[in-house]
Design a protein around this ligand. Sequence first.
Ligand SMILES: *Cc1c(COP(=O)(O)O)cnc(C)c1O
Length: 222
Amino acid sequence: MTIASNLNKIKQTLPNNVKLVAVSKFHPTEALEEAYNAGQKVFGESRMQELEVKQKSLPKDIEWHFIGHLQTNKVKAIVPYIHTIESVDSWRLLCEINKHALSFNRIVNCMLELHIAQEESKYGLSIEECKRFLSKNNWKSLQGIQITGLMAMASNTEEKEQIRNEFKLLKSTFDEIKDMFFKDINYFSEISMGMSYDYQIAIEEGSTIVRVGSAIFGNRRT
Ligand SMILES: *Cc1c(COP(=O)(O)O)cnc(C)c1O
């Protein structure tokens, strides 16, 4: 299977309102070029240095999403071109993104990463932490960022019902948070959930962004 045919197969199953982020981490620039030439314009990377190298050599109309853990001292480098940082999980990080976005005269889309899976993870806010984050902090005053939605990963399990329940939890949390904090804010509209193994379930449960890697590019060395 080629990258182009993998992409086409996936796109045929996606509703129009669902954005496909092609997760290209660990794959060489040529693989991204192949996807780009097949019409894919949105790519996701999870490591700063890799993103930097690829962004420099690929066309400038690519919409880049950062989906990995981001250290505050790495923010400045990606702010000039990043479209969305999907993995914001601290106030400190959000403020850092805002500061650099203002200095480049940009508004950077940010999504809050939630930890909804049953398994342990170092990253992501719990639902309670997320609500506390939004009620306590003065995020509305940050002119360089927009909080556009929530991102999460389901458990790495074969139990489809568990995955489905985790996606349901993210969707209901999104609805609740929208109602509590973003009632009059249209840009808070995205739910990023679903990867190669589970994106179809995610779409059934209300995903608006799926992050698909290996189903497009094949297996990677991780
Ligand atoms: C790697 C990664 C993906 C894509 O995973 P696949 O199983 O290859 O589709 C999606 N989201 C995040 C946050 C990732 O790190």
